[in-house]
Design a protein around this ligand. Structure first.
Ligand SMILES: [Zn+2]
Ligand SMILES: [Zn+2]
Length: 142
């Protein structure tokens, strides 16, 4: 990897200090994504399908050569109550956490948040058996 000779459109760290105001077409859903309406200076994912692109190592540094689509795989809540999205790269598996934007699709956010609750990592129909194994009787008493 020869990063020194890599031709760059902007200096290293450009986007850390400058807002990204470029529009782009989402590679996942094909929607035109404009920077207006995000409620922040950094629009790093599509507000419709919430997919991102693997272009950064650190947010805003544009240092990654990967360029693949990053799927939203989880949401979490920061200390200040703000929601953030965990993105995972389809090609290399890199994970990154990004703030949600003001106009992100709320239904899509909810469906990602609900996913583990609707598909728990254990079989619900065998809950009695499992609680029995854990020492309780697990039966529903009338
Ligand atoms: Zn999209
Ligand atoms: Zn990647």
């Amino acid at each position: 990897m020869n990063r020194e000779n890599k031709k760059r459109k902007y200096e290293k760290g450009y986007y850390k200090n400058h807002p990204c105001t470029e529009s782009f077409i989402c590679k996942n859903c094909g929607r035109l994504v404009v920077s207006a309406g995000a409620g922040s200076n950094h629009r790093n994912h599509c507000p419709n399908c919430l997919c991102s692109m693997h272009v950064d190592h650190e947010p805003g540094d544009r240092e990654s050569d990967c360029g693949s689509i990053m799927d939203p795989v989880a949401v979490w809540v920061r200390k200040n109550g703000e929601w953030a999205i965990i993105h995972r790269c389809r090609r290399c598996g890199a994970l990154s956490s990004n703030r949600v934007a003001a106009d992100d699709n709320p239904m899509k956010l909810m469906s990602i948040a609900m996913k583990p609750l609707c598909s728990p990592p254990f079989p619900l129909e065998r809950i009695e058996e499992m609680t029995a194994l854990m020492g309780g009787d697990g039966k529903l008493h009338g």
